[in-house]
Structures are given as C-alpha cells and as structure tokens.
Design a binder for this molecule. Structure first.
Ligand SMILES: [Zn+2]
Length: 451
C-alpha cells in the first residue's frame, strides 16, 4: 500500500498520545510539538537503537552530552553568525515574512502573496536562523548567546578533551544526541520541519588519506541501520549524492539517505565529508592547535571528519509513516502499526477475557506486574477483547496476552502476535520470559491460527 498522507498520521498521533501540538490550549505554536505518553517511549527507543549501534556496538566511537548554550565565539568560528541565514522579504502592510526563493519575481515588482498589496514588499534581507538569548542579568550585545542550531560543533570544540581523556588514535568518532533550535521561516508538515528538534550526529575523525574509504563505509552503514535496525522499507529509501552546486560550504562530498514521504522524496539523513574545515576554523578561532600525532608519517596532522547526521523527529515520523497499514479483515478494517517490537512503546498488553470475573482480573493483573519487570507492559479491561486488540494494533503493541476461563484450570494464557494474528498458548509463569525473548529477537514466533 502507498504511504499514508500526513493527515492520517497527525490524527493517529494525537488520538493515541504520540504527538500533540505544543501549548495547544493557547492555540499552539508553529514549529513546536510535544511528545505524549506513547511518543516519548517510541522516541526513546529510536534514540536507544541509534546509540547502541553507533556507540555501544563499536570500538571506535564514544559519546558526548554537551550544553545547548555555548560560548558565542563557537558560532563565530563555525560561520553560523555570519552565514547561517536565509534571504527574507517583509511586507510593510500585513507584516508577513517570506523567503526570497519562495517569491515568484522581484519583491519590488510583485504583489504581496498574503495581502495582495503592491509596492509593500521590502528588498531581501539576511535573516539569521539562530535563536538568540542573553546570558546574565544585562541584556546588551555583550551578553548575547545562541541556542545551538546543531549539535556537531560541540564535538569539534571538545575534540581534544575527548581524544586525550579516552586515549584515542585515528580513526575515532564522537556521537551525541541532543536538542537543537532553528528559527525556520516556514516550519511545517507536522514534525517534518521544526524550530526545536532533536539531532543524532556523529563526527568521525580520520586521517585525510582515508577519507573516501570512511565516507563510503558510513553511507553504507547508515543505510543498513535504517533497513535492518529500524525496519524501514528499502523500496522507500534511496541514496542521493549531492551535486557540486548544492554542497554546503564545509563539505567536499555529501550523500543523503532519502525517504519517499507522502510529500515526495526528502532527506532522512545526510552523510557529509566535512574535511578539516571545522577543526581548522576552531583552531583559528581559539588559537589552540587541534591536531593529532600521526605515528606513521611522524608528524602532526589535522584530521578529516566524516559526519552522519539526522533528526530524531524525522526518524520518528518515518517510523510512523512506514509502519502504518490498513487491512481489511472479514468483518472490519484494522489499522496496524507494523513497527519493530524493539521500537514499540508497549511490548505486551494483558487483558482478562471477562472483566467481571475477579479470578481472571487478579491473574491478569499479577501477570502484568511480572511482565513489567522485563518489558514495558500494560493491563487493560476497558472494552471487549476485539476492541482491545484493535487499540493495541493501532499503537504497534507486538503482543497481547489474554487470560481466559481455561487459564484457571491449565495455568496458561494465550499470546497473540500483532501482524499475523496467530496465537501461542503459554504457561503463565513462562509468559514474561517468552515475551522478552520475542521482543529481543532471541527466539522466533511459533503461533498457530486461532481455531
Ligand atoms: Zn502583505
């Protein structure tokens, strides 16, 4: 089935507690969204999957958690103060602001796209995308600081501390997950383009002679992560090398991993060869040498950097879009979020077949408590079993466990798997271990169709 449009996803996300508009009772705020009870679980699972594969499973990458507000000289050296901007045009009449590249003609010659007045548009002015704030009690130009527009710069600025304290030789990487802020003029498409967002970036420092080999390695490794770890459909993914004229000023080569969203192919992650641009810029800005000693050549060198960088929010959106499926069953339609069990906010939901039978409720509640020690689980008896299944399908819960009247005799319960809707009958005391093994992929599912 084709990817669902954003409206379907936005509606599901709000209805089921994944994502809400920020400060909604006050009318919301463009470019800001809140993650609800299920959203925060899914988001944490995506971040954990990234951290595990980028840091824990490798010998050559370590982590960092830097502050959001940094010395403003960082952003002068990086080029963000001077260059991180878009040319903007204002309307003197309706006060709307537009990106110059969105206008169909010269500002002086066209009508305002919003109010239709002529001669009210200003010439284009550079508009910096960094959010500025003031540090300390005095709000003057000397106290200006910025909310970071990317996490990457902290890895360059802390390069020497990390390399020294962890006794690192090339090649090695520094990974970070954290919030970034950009005053986007046209945020939109749900959580696709945000003003406050979370990034997962890794700066991999290599000897300049190895840059091509490592660039190819990271393009391949990151592509494989999307398909093998996040379970994203490969036919909706493609690699797109940047043309020379679209490369960022710091990049020698960049390949985007793109996903086919309902709005078309768009960037999901970028792998950039940043060369020694950043370390040299910060060496010049700080007056410190940011080098490593190369034993082979017996000299100090400035490493090159290969950077895989992505947004957590966009990964979250992609998991929802890619996992969303509608199926026609015999009597009804069901919506299923086919996401990897590791990513699912809740791994197992326990329900008594009859909620007015206290022995069943008791056992189901005790089983939920046992499950919770191993995996995120929940108890629910607020509707009929069929309805409870549908609710869990829609939020991607891989396993539902039903305690029925037979359980009182055989001490077993029925586990039902989300995608196949087949079932296994498992002894109550073995259910938690069985579910945990299935979620972790340690054993396979052996369900049989319901008779
Ligand atoms: Zn106007």
């Amino acid at each position: 089935m084709p990817a669902p449009n954003f409206d379907v996803i936005v509606s599901l996300a709000k209805r089921r507690g994944f994502v809400f508009p920020s400060s909604e009772i006050y009318g919301g705020m463009a470019g800001f969204w809140d993650y609800g009870p299920l959203g925060v679980e899914l988001k944490n699972n995506i971040k954990a999957a990234w951290w595990r594969h980028m840091v824990h499973l490798r010998d050559d990458v370590v982590g960092l958690d830097a502050s959001i507000v940094m010395n403003p000289r960082v952003w002068e050296a990086s080029g963000h103060v001077a260059g991180f901007s878009d040319p903007m045009v204002d309307c003197r009449s309706c006060k709307n602001r537009f990106r110059e590249d969105d206008l169909k003609g010269k500002p002086s010659e066209i009508a305002c796209p919003n109010c239709g007045n002529r001669g009210t548009l200003t010439e284009a002015r550079q508009f910096n995308l960094m959010f500025a704030t003031h540090v300390g009690p005095v709000a003057d130009t000397a106290s200006v600081a910025y909310l970071r527009p990317e996490t990457a710069q902290a890895m360059f600025v802390q390069f020497e501390n990390v390399a020294t304290s962890m006794r690192r030789k090339l090649p090695f990487g520094i990974a970070q997950i954290g919030r970034s802020f950009r005053n986007e003029i046209t945020p939109g498409n749900f959580i696709f383009r945000l003003r406050e967002f979370e990034q997962m970036e890794m700066e991999f420092f290599v000897h300049p002679r190895d840059e091509d080999r490592w660039f190819a390695h990271w393009v391949e490794a990151r592509h494989a992560w999307w398909t093998d770890v996040l379970g994203i459909s490969d036919e909706r993914l493609r690699l797109r090398p940047h043309e020379a004229d679209e490369l960022s000023h710091y990049s020698k080569q960049t390949t985007d991993i793109e996903y086919e969203y309902p709005i078309g192919w768009s960037e999901l992650e970028g792998v950039a060869d940043r060369t020694d641009f950043d370390l040299r810029a910060h060496a010049a800005g700080s007056g410190k040498k940011l080098e490593v000693f190369d034993e082979e050549a017996n000299e100090h060198i400035v490493p090159y950097v290969i950077e895989p960088a992505m947004g957590v929010d966009r990964a979250f959106l992609t998991v929802l879009v890619d996992g969303y499926t509608e199926e026609q069953l015999e009597k009804e339609k069901r919506v299923v979020l086919r996401i990897r069990p590791e990513l699912a906010p809740i791994k197992a939901a326990v329900m008594p077949l009859l909620r007015n039978r206290s022995e069943l409720v008791e056992r189901a509640r005790a089983l939920t408590a046992d499950l919770k020690r191993l995996v995120p689980a929940m108890y629910d008896d607020t509707a009929s079993i069929g309805k409870l299944y549908r609710r869990q399908d829609e939020i991607g819960t891989p396993f539902c466990v039903t305690v029925d009247v037979e359980s009182l005799d055989d001490g077993a319960a029925t586990i039902r798997e989300r995608d196949s809707m087949t079932q296994e009958r498992v002894s109550l005391d073995l259910v938690p271990g069985r579910v945990a093994d299935l979620v972790a992929g340690r054993t396979g599912w052996q369900g049989v169709p319901r008779e």
